[in-house]
Design a protein around this ligand. Sequence first.
Ligand code: MOS
Length: 725
Amino acid sequence: MTSRVDGPLKVTGRAEYGADHTFPGMAHGYVVLSTIAHGEIEAMDVTDAKSAPGVLGVYSPFDPLELRTPVSPFFGETWVPLQDKEVACYGQPIGFVVAETYEQARDAAMLVKVSYRTRPALTSLEDGLASAEDAPAARDGAPPSLEVLAPGVESIEDALAASPVVVEATYTTATQHHAAMEPHSAVAVWGPDGLTIHSGNQGSDLQAAELAGALDLKPSEVHAVNPFVGGAFGGKARTSAPAFLAAAAARVLDRPVKAALSREQVFTATAGRAATVQKIALGADHDGTLNALRHDSWCSTAADRSFVEPTSHGTSREWYATRNLAISQKMVPLHIPPTTFMRAPGEAPGSFALESAIDELAVALGMDPIELRLRNNSTAPPGKDLQWSSKHLDECFRVGAARFGWADRSPGGRTDGDWLVGLGTATAMFPALRFPATIEITLRPDDTAVVATSGADPGTGLLTVLSLVGAESLDISPDRVVPRLGDSALPSGGLSGGSTATASAGSAIMIAAAKAIDDLLTLAAAPGAPFDGMDVSYADGRVLAGDRTMTFGELLRALNRPSITVTGSSAPGEELTKHSFSSFGAQFCEVRVHRWTREIRVSRMLGVFDAGRIINPTAARSQIIGGMIWGVSAALHEGLEIEANGRFANGDLAGYLIPVNADIPEVGVHFVEYPDTLHNSVGAKGLGEIGTVGMAAAVANAVHNATGIRVRHIPIQIEDLLDQP
Ligand code: MOS
């Protein structure tokens, strides 16, 4: 078992998160938010705010901080606050008050009087469906609609009509928010070399690039430091409003500035997950062979079309073998806060719909839902020739079914006193991706090695991965590796997102380590060196030749060298032309619905995953547990209620429900471990996001098994189960 290298610092409170930083002369900023969903700011009366105690500056679209729209190499254009008078959602940052203390800034912010020219707002996804637009192509270039038909088939409708068994239904999922423990915040300090920013983020060099663009600086003039991040889940991929505002205000005021959003502000001044409407039709033969699959999706997006939740794309990318497939993906611009990546964007809500529909088909066929899934197990993404590099979904289901006692499930559930008990299952899939990454390795005379990359560890355990893969690649024990990340001054490690970081950084570590060893051996055998002219090799942290050995530290000391430093880079390449890559899993859960109160409790859960090689079993298990709990949370708890005026009625942790310990039973996690070295040399396929995929459907399917009631929306609430079927 490997503990997290950052664990002791975190549990003793010594890990410094962004807002923990304090500097002499530091001022505090408070963000002012809009109170309409759509319109134009007519005027902002800041007279009282400006003369309030301790106030140093009040910024607004009428007196803005200078910020340009940065174009990130990774994300494209990023919105920056206060640059115009347009209001596109309730709770949009429209002002920034800076004072000597946080309380003074907050008090003064309450004195800002805003008048608006209000325009009609569209805030309901249902109302907006009529004005849906085609989504743009996905990041990988996949088009917003796609039809793959068997020879001789004219349309997906024909394929459905020709299928003896058809199920067709509409599923909806709620607007969600990441609700990471650490609210978005930033501490900005200017010095002779430029800006230093302490702000939790998913990629320090990406954050530095966005800030440099916004502030018209060279990337090297921004130093982003975020070694500890209190949760991100996609919600800290892009630079936050407090970071832009604190940086710009600190420059104008020539003082360090700290800005932190309150918990309520996080819900609207950052970005969350889109709500979705998904229509699915499945056509099958009597033996369960899937003949046709149609998946049409609509997702909410902000008026700036900030993000598409690609639920249909997932269906075309990963799921089932079917002779005929049609997908479409639309977005519905609304006057709501921006949407963005959230753990398993696309696959999380998409799998609720698709895996519920598959369960409905199993019921219609009178077939076991696992058997139905395995009958249609794909060997390649639908319509593509590139086979999966490695797929052991069948084993995940077999192992899971045996461990979970699936054979005891009866189609009508069972009862236990006043509880109706049901079992549900679902498939989980998430593409295995990796991004370009560069790692720097420094061998030091004290026999330690520094393994460093800019990156970020938002709680996923990447820091420990650097230490474990670094140790393995250098053939030394992990306690001799000093891992470093979360610093834009280090070589670019890219984004901790898309379940990519272990595969991206791990591959680069192996390349860097091989180079470091090469350089070491060259030095060792150089003229005048201890192994002058000898045939040297390397093992166990040592240079060897005949019966002579020296550790790399001994050699560096003998040569009087302070260090050997190398960098190694890796990027996805040729493998993409040879195979398709995905992680897979089988989710199981048992729910108990109370016969009279209709209370829903999840009583058992098990997830069995094929995610390639598992680098750190402890961290891997905890990542998956977190994801599975999130799936339960999506199924039974989470959902933002949007009022007609665009306000989130429950945008705080009192009203936005997330599970507590009492909601979650023991969670079983099992890995079938097949290292996938076709994907990357480390063999890891990524498991950050897949844990949540499918779980909401498994819960809904279990509720159906227990009660006979099919709920086609999440979260499922007591009132959904009041009517007997
Ligand atoms: Mo994630 S949604 O890739 O942080």
